[in-house]
Design a binder for this molecule. Structure first.
Ligand SMILES: Cc1cc2nc3c(=O)[nH]c(=O)nc-3n(C[C@H](O)[C@H](O)[C@H](O)COP(=O)(O)OP(=O)(O)OC[C@H]3O[C@@H](n4cnc5c(N)ncnc54)[C@H](O)[C@@H]3O)c2cc1C
Length: 405
């Protein structure tokens, strides 16, 4: 444990200096033209950035060194996450590798799978998708209908997956399939690593209300997967699914337990609050400058309070983890708070910009290149992805508060 404040402050300076030296040229200035969020260019920028972070030892935490993990004290990790969020660094590649695949492989994967796949996830070299949801199985994933049938040393997969984030550039997918049609729920699923370029796998885009095809749908038509790609035991896939879901809700694995994700999310939100203050100072509504209106000022203050509350919760979680506590269902608290806060923040910004809320990224007159409107629209998806707010509230009620079903 690092308790020396001066040492930690020196470390913070070191991280800041590294960021200044390594961020893309012009990053964060109005002149910098960021690529479209879901373009190939954005994906390549994300890969480049994650590799740089990994080589500097600023990502890849929570995994043993034999699987490519970087080991650091939690205080340093928290500082790194804070500084990355504070500088608004490029998003990583379009991949659910860190959030979903690596934690699931670490907990349930075979030794060769951990050695082969985890290091390339940590370094951002290979991208992953999560093939769980189906048209009739989202909240109720135990009800999936995609089948996997054993044929010699291979499994043959047939069915449809939907709402797959980061679908387009994924190299591999973690898929959950029904492997025993006669076994009871939760004891009939098996998970596999599937090569996204396999014959028989068709991928199609699905456009969200933001205008982006951030997620897609996939049709599996006799896709063959070797048995060595099975993750966990036959018919024990439910455990793999649960690890993956808890991990993504907590922001990247049991190691983070939501603490570091909450801290990083809070810094992103606090940066947004600063931008909203500037917006309020520049915008007139109902005949006066928005910032001069105490009602709006109170709403903006509330945004800052919520972000700060989340940061403190994250710090508390990290501090408890230092004493050996390992969170599980608490991931649902962080997930819901972040998602609902994004919705509330988006709505306040729309009130400030008034009629400009009707102009999205395609419009020349859109404020902030349409990004305020994009964030507001995208926030709705955050209350559905990784389990809806209702489903996460059920988890909090039943498994943390002990309330009856
Ligand atoms: C942006 C985005 C990204 C996504 N990315 C992925 C991905 O990468 N991979 C993947 O597999 N899936 C992904 N999903 C799918 C997501 O996990 C599901 O949409 C989600 O779990 C809800 O399932 P559903 O859409 O089938 O809705 P349903 O489960 O049909 O739910 C419909 C409504 O009923 C409510 N409801 C359902 N069950 C209960 C209950 N027990 N108690 C109270 N209310 C309930 C829900 O809250 C919701 O309001 C993504 C979704 C979004 C929006």
């Amino acid at each position: 444990m690092v308790t020396d404040t001066a040492k930690l402050e020196a470390f913070r300076k070191e991280v800041r200096a590294w960021l200044r030296a390594n961020l893309p040229k012009g990053w964060g200035t109005p002149e910098y033209k960021a690529p479209d969020p879901f373009s190939k260019e954005a994906h390549e920028l994300g890969k480049w950035w994650q590799k740089k972070l990994y080589e500097a030892g600023y990502t890849g935490f929570g995994y043993p060194p034999e699987y490519g993990g970087i080991v650091r004290p939690p205080e340093e990790i928290a500082i790194i996450r804070e500084e990355l969020a504070r500088h608004g660094t490029p998003p990583g590649p379009q991949s659910l590798g860190l959030l979903v695949a690596a934690p699931a492989l670490l907990a349930h994967g075979q030794e060769w799978q951990k050695k082969r796949f985890i290091p390339k996830i940590l370094s951002g070299e290979e991208s992953w998708a999560e093939y769980f949801s189906e048209p009739n199985a989202g909240s109720d994933i135990a009800n999936i209908q995609t089948t996997a049938v054993k044929d010699g040393d291979e499994w043959v997969i047939n069915g449809q997956k939907i709402w797959t984030s980061m679908w387009e550039f994924a190299d591999f997918g973690l898929i959950a399939c029904k492997s025993d049609p006669n076994a009871p729920r939760h004891r009939n699923l098996t998970c596999f690593i599937v090569d996204c370029h396999s014959p028989g796998l068709t991928k199609l885009p699905l456009r969200q209300m933001t205008g982006n095809a951030e997620f897609g749908e996939e049709y599996f038509d006799n896709v063959r997967v070797p048995d060595k790609n099975r993750v966990g035991e036959v018919n024990q896939g439910w455990a793999v699914v649960l690890t993956a879901l808890m991990s993504e809700r907590s922001g990247g694995g049991a190691f983070w337990g939501g603490g570091a994700a909450a801290i990083a999310g809070a810094f992103t939100r606090l940066a947004a609050v600063r931008a909203v203050v500037d917006l309020a100072k520049e915008t007139r509504r109902f005949g006066k400058v928005v910032w001069d209106d105490p009602v709006f000022r109170q709403k903006i203050a509330q945004m800052a309070i919520e972000a700060e509350a989340m940061r403190c919760s994250g710090q508390r979680m990290v501090a408890r983890m230092r004493k050996g506590w390992r969170p599980t269902n608490e991931a649902s608290i962080v997930k819901n708070f972040q998602a609902e806060m994004r919705v509330r923040n988006g709505d306040i910004i729309m009130e400030i910009i008034g009629a400009y809320s009707q102009l999205n990224r395609d419009s020349k007159r859109a404020l902030n290149n349409g990004d305020w409107v994009y964030q507001m629209l995208r926030a709705r998806g955050a209350t559905i992805e990784m389990g809806t707010s209702e489903v996460n509230r059920n988890i909090i009620a039943e498994r943390i508060l002990g309330l009856p079903r």
